[in-house]
Design a binder for this molecule. Structure first.
Ligand SMILES: [Zn+2]
Length: 409
């Protein structure tokens, strides 16, 4: 059975990790900063050394291309992102780009001309240093000038970074593609489900949707000593009750869905004043939109109940939601057949984090798979996927691409 070049893949991981390396073993490569540009040049050099074709689109997405014979316009795409969060790990995103590149190089080494043209991609700015999922949004036609306006870096810095990477405000809107037959991405799990279950591979069947609400409980400020306990309208009591009841309710009724209250602020905010107002940030995630609708109804009812329990009022304001992305059955099937052929154990699971694949799913049959993350650590210098798991993931990419060229030819 055809296998990728392990030594080459592992040395690539080491080499790339030196670009933007931090003292504690992680990497800092925010999108289109000097170090990210260095990583991008490194990728381009690797593509040239491999004798693959190279392309960069208007949004700065980089591609290694292995042409079919005769060359066809429609392609199978795979990849991820080389940028990282500040002080992040060396596997998040990078491993997905490197295994896609390695799969193409392996085919080239063995003079295998694929039935369909294959492309290994590095998407620009997945990690939100600038706009977030910028490259994949651009490819999916989901990027607009409004995203440019909402950039996290100021206008001068943004135009400097764009210019250095050969991108313009206009060009980023020209990266939309209609030549994609299928998309597949390898990513580290960033969770502990695979490790706990002793599995090699997690085949993602949906990327969760996210809904967020700003919630405010309102009671009345009072003297923390003189006001009797049974007469207080303590806004924090309502919020505290909600946090624990929401946890129980979601665990009992919406598993594997999750909810989080990640910010809580009491006002006026002093030792000796009963809190009059509490603002919290509530977020919940699930792979099914219908389940998210039901979760929302339940959580809103729970808010009212918790407010009533302590004689408070409550209001909430929603922020724009992220819709769950279902993965494509044919692409998941290709991953699973390839995993079976390689003797890799696998199970379907949700992705609780956002990925470029959610955008690709809007324009083509798409799916992604996870390899284990030691202790689930991610966005952290201690992020680790063992060499053995990197190699398994790369062989799975190679054989998934071969399965896809058959399925979509
Ligand atoms: Zn990532």
């Amino acid at each position: 059975m055809l296998k990728i070049n392990e030594t080459r893949l592992l040395s690539d991981i080491e080499e790339l990790a030196r670009i933007g390396a931090t003292a504690d073993g992680g990497v800092s490569r925010p999108a289109l900063t000097a170090v990210d540009l260095e990583a991008r040049r490194w990728f381009q050099r690797k593509v040239a050394e491999a004798g693959l074709a190279y392309a960069q689109d208007g949004a700065g997405n980089q591609s290694a291309i292995l042409h079919s014979d005769p060359p066809g316009a429609k392609r199978i795409l795979a990849g991820s992102h080389l940028d990282s969060v500040p002080n992040g790990g060396r596997y998040d995103g990078s491993l997905g780009v490197l295994v896609a590149l390695e799969a193409l190089r392996t085919l080239k080494d063995h003079d295998i001309v694929p039935a369909l043209t294959l492309e290994a991609l590095n998407f620009t700015d997945e990690e939100s240093a600038i706009m977030g999922l910028m490259g994949s949004k651009a490819v999916a036609g989901r990027l607009s000038m409004a995203d440019y306006g909402r950039s996290r870096v100021d206008a001068a810095e943004l135009s400097r970074r764009f210019a250095a990477a050969g991108i313009t405000r206009e060009s980023m809107l020209t990266a939309t593609r209609d030549d994609v037959l299928a998309w597949v991405e390898l990513h580290i799990e960033q969770g502990t489900r695979l490790e706990s279950a002793g599995l090699d591979i997690g085949v993602v069947d949906a990327i969760v949707g996210i809904r967020s609400l700003h919630v405010t409980f309102r009671g009345e400020a009072a003297h923390a000593g003189t006001m009797p306990m049974n007469q207080r309208r303590d806004a924090l009591w309502g919020a505290a009750s909600f946090v624990l009841r929401a946890r129980r309710h979601v665990m009992d009724n919406y598993s594997p869905g999750v909810c989080n209250v990640g910010m809580i602020q009491a006002a006026p905010g002093a030792f000796n004043i009963v809190p009059a107002e509490v603002a919290c940030a509530l977020e919940f995630r699930h792979g099914s939109d219908a389940e998210m609708d039901a979760m929302e109804v339940d959580l809103l009812r729970l808010l009212e109940e918790c407010a009533a329990e302590f004689d408070l009022s409550v209001s909430q304001q929603a922020t724009p939601p992220v819709i769950p992305a279902r993965m494509n059955e044919s692409v998941m099937g290709a991953i699973e057949r390839a995993a079976d052929n390689l003797g890799l154990s696998h199970e379907r699971m949700l992705s609780f984090a956002g990925h470029d694949t959610q955008n690709m799913a809007a324009i083509a049959p798409a799916a992604m798979y996870f390899v284990p993350s030691v202790k689930g650590i991610s966005h952290n210098p201690n992020e680790l996927t063992t060499d053995g798991d990197c190699v398994k993931g790369a062989n799975l990419m190679l054989h998934t691409l071969l399965e896809l060229t058959t399925a979509f030819a």
